[in-house]
Design a protein around this ligand. Structure first.
Ligand code: LIP
Length: 274
């Protein structure tokens, strides 16, 4: 990566951190008691008025200073301007919408920054957990927790039977049955499994050593764009399974020395149940 790209990534990361702060204030301070909510792909796949408001806020703040950038947002922002720059913002305004709707604290604002088609920086802000995770390529990975800055480092040397593994489930009941079948076997193999409800934070938890691995079927780019670089800059390995890239159905993030073993296991479970 050239110096120009690295310098641009740092500049855009600073902008994303500031926008994550103002978006956090919007989502926490302006959270309505009688929040309007609609369903998307299924009756349990929610989108609230605040998902849409947060995405509008993020896009507007970026456009004020970078009118030629492109966007891919979970709530529908996908336009590319007439003379697009080489920057695309990949946004999940509320990752963990169900948790936000229930006022359960495990949700985050996820902003991934792609330059020339490659993720170069990312911010995952969890306001109710007082944590903002961030990274840029070759710059390391960090968490700001109550104004205390710590560098992140993924775990190493964990055997699968001692691994604490995160996962998640989609919104389609037939897919959930298959994900449940995979989980049924995984809980008998790993130390334990956690399902917390926000992919971007799950990637950050691997980066922070709070999980040894995280896998999920059916993530979208906005679920993993920011978390993937935060995890990889902390020494974790990120990808798909069965030699596929991340997000091509399956996503896997783990301690580098556990990845291949988990890839083989999850691929076998995928072949058995999907
Ligand atoms: C969520 C993901 C999570 C998955 C949930 C949901 P959303 O994203 O972050 O990993 O298990 O079902 O898809 O929909 O809250 O932005």
């Amino acid at each position: 990566m050239g110096e120009v790209t690295q310098s641009l990534a740092k500049t855009l990361l600073d902008l994303a951190l500031d926008i994550a702060k103002s978006t956090s204030e919007l989502l926490v301070d302006k959270r309505p008691v009688d929040m309007k909510v609609e369903s998307k792909s299924s009756p349990v796949d929610l989108v609230t008025e605040m998902d849409k408001a947060a995405e509008r806020h993020i896009v507007q703040r970026i456009k004020e200073v970078r009118p030629n950038d492109s966007f891919l947002g979970e709530e529908g922002t996908a336009q590319a301007p007439e003379n697009p720059s080489n920057v695309r913002w990949i946004i999940d305004p509320i990752d963990g919408t169900v948790n936000y709707f229930y006022n359960h604290p495990y949700w985050a604002i996820s902003i991934g920054i792609e330059i020339d088609g490659e993720i170069q920086a990312g911010v995952v802000a969890a306001p109710l957990l007082h944590e903002t995770f961030y990274a840029h390529k070759n710059g390391g990975s960090f968490v700001l927790h109550d104004q205390k800055l710590m560098q992140l480092k993924a775990n190493s040397g964990t055997k699968i039977e001692k691994a604490l593994i995160g996962t998640g489930f989609g919104y389609d009941v037939e897919i959930r049955k298959k994900q449940g079948a995979v989980l049924h076997e995984m809980v008998a193999i790993a130390r334990d499994v956690r399902r917390a409800g926000a992919a971007s934070l799950d990637f950050c938890y691997v980066a922070a050593g709070r999980l040894d691995a995280y896998y999920e079927f059916g993530l979208y780019p906005w679920d993993f764009a920011a978390g993937s670089i935060i995890a990889s800059e902390a020494g974790a390995r990120v990808g798909g399974i069965d030699q596929k890239p991340i997000g091509e159905k399956w996503s896997l993030c783990s301690n580098a020395d556990l990845f291949d073993e988990l890839d083989v296991l999850i691929t076998s479970l995928k072949n058995k149940y999907f």
